[in-house]
Design a protein around this ligand. Structure first.
Ligand SMILES: *Cc1c(COP(=O)(O)O)cnc(C)c1O
Length: 454
């Protein structure tokens, strides 16, 4: 007969802090997270290694359909464009494109990625301050939507269109005071100081450029719906003046991205899921302004949204394993994981929810979660109350779908596998773990350095 012997855990005396009681109790975990979309964490790690990124196709589609429903029940003409930089794994982009999302790109290689994914040129929005002449020409020829960021780009585009007789469809990116501090005024043309209007008049006076839209992207992880109402108001005012002074109808207003996910920002007292406004509230703020502004029904602009983070964060998980646990000099428990800030870039600004992947005892302790990197800033959580974790235990980090798979870096460890769980709960590798060979693919060793003295 085999019995499951309880693991010995040595008792610890814990300092109690008064006055800082968390109203949800001190335990942060009540149940282990043993499965993701019905697939056991244990078998995922067995098959694909640890650490491992996992994405749920079902959740991505659910998020997309939910956001589309919310906006299109409030406003008649809505279009989402997937923000490539938020997660540009091609499999992820294709899920969004299958759902009907256009592409929103901010660099030349992202633009090419969207074309390679089969997105028609006229459904690609090209943002960002760094577009080469070659990309401006390609985007014009493909009839993409070029969002002009600064006057130098505007003049380049006017010159190229005259030289090559192109007629690009353009919008300008507008930055503005939305009551948010710090102001995001480094991208686009400023509304308040008249720069945006100057850019508009230059475009409308050029025979080559076709001004079709107005764009803004007012920040990221925005907690204020009022800021979006303000942004929508200012874009509407510009569209209104364009109609009045130039008798030109603006086809679309693009309110950019920036809606928060339900992650918890570092330093927040309450979990993100309790504090961030819902997409419904953002949709109300934006569509109330546009619908109430007074446009004629046939002139109502298409509303474009470039939502990134809020559509993918909760569809991503990072699975990992405990390498060791130790006591720090001040007596605190430290748990060392097999992934660090190199893979989980967002641990710099989120207190990620982290769950043990196997059953655990009642005992909890405040601990630091470190990654495996040889650097002091490699901290996944500075302080978290968790059940005791031991070498070999597995954990699940929640809501990591946004920005990690694009901002990760090869530092000390290489990037792990990414697996997508499809709607029938089958698993697919969508990006293979990197190898030394991959890392060195682009390296060249000069002749005189090919031998060493050892
Ligand atoms: C990054 C970015 C987005 C997406 O932002 P989220 O905060 O992830 O929603 C959208 N538009 C532009 C121009 C961006 O740079």
């Amino acid at each position: 007969m085999t019995t499951n012997k309880l693991r010995y855990e040595r008792p610890v005396i814990q300092k109690m802090n008064t006055g800082l009681m968390n109203k949800f109790g001190t335990r942060t975990e009540y149940e282990p997270v043993t499965h993701i979309e019905g697939v056991p964490v244990k078998s995922l790690i067995e098959q694909y290694g640890s650490p491992l990124f996992v994405l749920s196709e079902k959740q991505i589609r659910r998020n997309y359909q939910n956001a589309t429903r919310i906006f299109s029940t409030r406003y008649p003409k809505v279009q989402f464009a997937w923000s490539y930089k938020t997660n540009y794994m091609n499999a992820v982009c294709q899920v969004f494109h299958q759902e009907g999302s256009w592409a929103e790109v901010v660099s030349g290689f992202e633009y090419e990625k969207a074309l390679n994914n089969g997105v028609p040129g006229n459904k690609i929005i090209f943002n960002g301050p760094d577009k080469t002449d070659a990309h401006l020409i390609a985007a014009s020829q493909n009839n993409s939507l070029i969002h002009i960021d600064h006057f130098d780009e505007l003049y380049s585009l006017i010159r190229l269109s005259e030289e090559l007789d192109l007629k690009p469809r353009v919008a300008i990116r507008v930055n503005m005071d939305t009551g948010i501090f710090p102001k995001w005024d480094r991208f686009g043309f400023n509304f308040e100081n008249g720069q945006a209007w100057t850019a508009i008049t230059r475009i409308l006076n050029s025979k080559h450029l076709d001004l079709v839209g107005l764009h803004c992207h007012i920040g990221t992880f925005m907690l204020s719906t009022e800021a979006y109402a303000m942004a929508a108001t200012k874009l509407c005012e510009l569209a209104w003046s364009i109609k009045e002074k130039f008798n030109k109808t603006i086809q679309y207003l693009d309110l950019g991205g920036g809606f928060p996910s339900t992650n918890t920002l570092k330093g927040s007292y309450l979990p993100g899921s309790d504090t961030v406004p819902s997409i419904d509230q953002f949709a109300d703020a934006i569509t109330d302004v546009i619908l109430g502004f007074g446009f004629k029904q046939e002139d109502l602009p298409l509303l474009i949204l470039e939502t990134g983070r809020a559509l993918i964060d909760d569809a991503g998980y990072l699975l990992g394993s405990v390498l060791a646990s130790k006591r720090l000099s001040d007596g605190r428990r430290a748990t060392i994981l097999d992934f660090g800030v190199n893979s989980l870039f967002t641990s710099f600004w989120y207190d990620h929810k982290i769950s043990p992947a196997q059953p655990f005892s009642q005992q909890t302790e405040e601990m630091v979660l470190y990654g495996p990197l040889c650097m002091n800033i490699d901290i996944v959580r500075e302080s978290i109350t968790m059940p005791i974790l031991e070498k070999g235990d597995q954990i699940v980090v929640h809501k990591v779908g946004a920005y990690n798979m694009t901002q990760w870096m090869q530092f000390i460890t290489l990037r792990p596998n990414i697996v997508l769980i499809d709607q029938e709960n089958n698993t697919h590798i969508i990006r293979k773990a990197e190898t030394l060979e991959y890392l060195e693919l682009n390296e060249r060793i000069p002749e005189h350095l090919q031998q060493n003295a050892l």
